[in-house]
Design a protein around this ligand. Structure first.
Ligand SMILES: [Zn+2]
Length: 266
């Protein structure tokens, strides 16, 4: 799904690519919608047919070959570009050896995360954050990972997706949380600056971003649809949050089924 945030209203608009078209999903909320998986999965990188999807939409060879599918993407503090062992050094130059942001967000509660500049606010929407604030700017993915694990000693670095979908997270004063957290990691920041340069980590003073999702009714109990078990997903669309479609019959993580060919009827 492609999502965009209206910075005036804080509303998220979702588009679902189906074939050559993009379905304006917000218009379907409150209506009956059927998604049917045709059985075809085409690798999002090489386009070849694959029986199973690896790393959210790749064939097995691409999953093994691409730097974007390496473990260090999930664990940025293990970025090994500087050691000369990146699977695709040029991709690493363009995607990892560039400025990153460490942010605080409110997803299923307070969490820390990292992202590239170009992925703000997409990354936050993907995670279903209702509030977010950039906290630090650093020079590389590795540095962002080191700051993140320092903060993760005090707050979560993962989202409880079920809690996120229930929409029960109370509003947080993220600016206040930042003021409390930063002094707690001052020694770790000193270590990072000593290693990577005094200007490697920059503390930011930015405004809080609020994000409103098109949801008319949050589920109280969560059942998941899965195209691998049942090719048809059908129900009344109650809302969209993060990468999830919320139907009256259950939820589906659309990101998980990237590269699955689907047909839509309504
Ligand atoms: Zn492939």
């Amino acid at each position: 799904m492609r999502a965009s945030l209206d910075t005036q209203t804080n509303q998220v608009t979702y588009l679902l690519p189906v074939g050559d078209e993009e379905l304006p999903l917000n218009d379907f909320i409150g209506k009956s919608l059927t998604l049917t998986h045709t059985g075809n999965i085409n690798c999002s990188s090489c386009g070849k047919k694959t029986k199973k999807s690896f790393s959210q939409g790749h064939c097995f060879p691409c999953m093994r070959k691409l730097a974007s599918c390496d473990m260090c993407i999930m664990k940025p503090e293990t970025c090994h570009h500087a050691e000369g062992t990146c699977r695709e050094p040029q991709w690493g130059e363009e995607n990892c050896m560039i400025p990153h942001y460490v942010y605080l967000a409110n997803t299923s509660g307070l969490k820390v995360g990292i992202t590239r500049h170009t992925q703000i606010p997409t990354r936050w929407i993907d995670q279903g954050a209702t509030q977010a604030i950039p906290l630090f700017k650093v020079k590389t993915r590795l540095q962002s990972g080191l700051v993140e694990i320092a903060l993760a000693e005090f707050i979560a670095d993962k989202t409880n997706w079920r809690a996120m979908l229930k929409g029960e997270n109370p509003e947080l004063d993220l600016k206040q949380k930042a003021l409390e957290l930063v002094p707690q990691i001052s020694e770790r920041l000193d270590e990072i600056r000593l290693k990577f340069g005094e200007d490697s980590v920059e503390l930011l003073d930015q405004e809080l971003v609020t994000i409103d999702y098109p949801v008319t009714q949050y589920p109280t109990k969560i059942a998941s649809h899965n195209f691998d078990k049942n090719v048809e997903v059908n129900g009344v669309l109650l809302g969209i949050k993060g990468q999830y479609l919320i139907f009256d019959t259950g939820v589906i993580n659309v990101r998980k089924f990237t590269s699955y060919e689907i047909e839509v009827s309504y």
